[in-house]
Every structure is written in structure tokens, then in C-alpha cells.
Design a protein around this ligand. Structure first.
Ligand SMILES: Cc1cc2nc3c(=O)[nH]c(=O)nc-3n(C[C@H](O)[C@H](O)[C@H](O)COP(=O)(O)O)c2cc1C
Length: 143
């Protein structure tokens, strides 16, 4: 069975619902490992103004933060990687940037096809361009 690694970050659960629905036709057809990224500390939801604006500079500058330890097996040779993410400030959310700049991402993504799924309010192009560059830096191939 083909092996698919799904990596998502979702604050409210909306993005995870989108990805879960997208994955439905694959159920039973492929082996899915789903990594739910967790920021350390987690960003509060709903946001207070101060936390919302405090996150903006690092987010836009794509400065990595901290994640809870990743649970997926980095030694598996995945056939496909699916990245699901919301948009923050026209940019990738900090937890996804943190993942994409990690050694683990480089290890599993090198030479692999990558699909992205976005849940946003329709302003996402700049973020996707940045994600494309980070996928490519890791040796992944956006398909
Ligand atoms: C800090 C923050 C910034 C956001 N900036 C954008 C944006 O620039 N463009 C956009 O389309 N949506 C933006 N959104 C909306 C989210 O991308 C959207 O609500 C998404 O569905 C959130 O998914 P989640 O709640 O599962 O994490 C922003 C949301 C947050 C919390």
C-alpha cells in the first residue's frame, strides 16, 4: 500500500475538516500518517488583540517558532506528502514555517511529490509562493 504523510496546522479545526473531507476517497486505499502540528506554546483561540498582532512580524518574516515534538516516523519512505495549512497575514502560519524549516521536513520531503491544501479567506497567493519555495528548498516537488 502507498504511504501518505499528511501534515497540517489548524487552530479552530476548520482546516482539519477540509483536509479530512479531501482525504475521504483515499480511505482504505493508502496508508495515511497524519501529523497535527502543535505550536509551543499554542496560539490562543479565539485570539486576543495583543497575541494576534504579536504573531505578525515573525509570521510575515517566516521566522520559525517552536513545535511540540513531531510524532511521525521520519525513516519511512513516503510516496506522497500532503501539507494542509491556513493563511496568516498573507503568509504561511508560523507552525507550518517551523515545520518546513526543520530537519525532519528536509529528510522526508527530499525527492517526494507534495500536494498543498489551503483553508483561508481567499487571500493566499503570496503565502503559497513562500510555501513553494520552502518545499523546493527541501527537495520536494509540488504537484
Ligand atoms: C492570524 C490570522 C491571520 C489571517 N490572515 C489571513 C490572510 O491573510 N488571508 C486569508 O485569506 N485568511 C486569513 N486568515 C483566515 C484563516 O486563514 C482562516 O480563518 C482559516 O480557515 C483558519 O483555519 P483554522 O482555524 O483551522 O486554523 C487569518 C486568520 C488568522 C487567525
Amino acid at each position: 500500500m502507498k504511504k501518505v504523510l499528511v501534515v497540517t496546522y489548524s487552530q479552530s479545526g476548520q482546516l482539519n475538516d477540509i483536509v479530512a473531507n479531501t482525504l475521504k476517497p483515499l480511505e482504505g486505499e493508502v496508508d495515511i500518517a497524519w501529523e497535527h502540528l502543535k505550536a509551543r506554546p499554542e496560539y490562543p483561540f479565539p485570539w486576543k488583540d495583543i497575541h494576534f498582532w504579536d504573531a505578525q512580524p515573525e509570521c510575515v518574516e517566516m521566522i520559525p517558532g517552536e513545535l511540540e515534538p513531531l510524532k511521525f516516523d521520519t525513516n519511512i519512505d513516503y510516496d506522497l506528502i500532503i501539507l494542509g495549512y491556513p493563511i496568516w497575514f498573507l503568509s504561511p502560519p508560523i507552525p507550518l514555517t517551523t515545520f518546513l524549516k526543520s530537519e525532519e521536513a528536509k529528510k522526508v520531503m527530499d525527492g517526494k511529490p507534495v500536494i498543498t491544501i489551503i483553508g483561508s479567506r481567499n487571500m493566499w497567493v503570496t503565502a503559497q509562493e513562500n510555501i513553494k519555495a520552502m518545499i523546493s528548498d527541501n527537495g520536494g516537488k509540488l504537484v
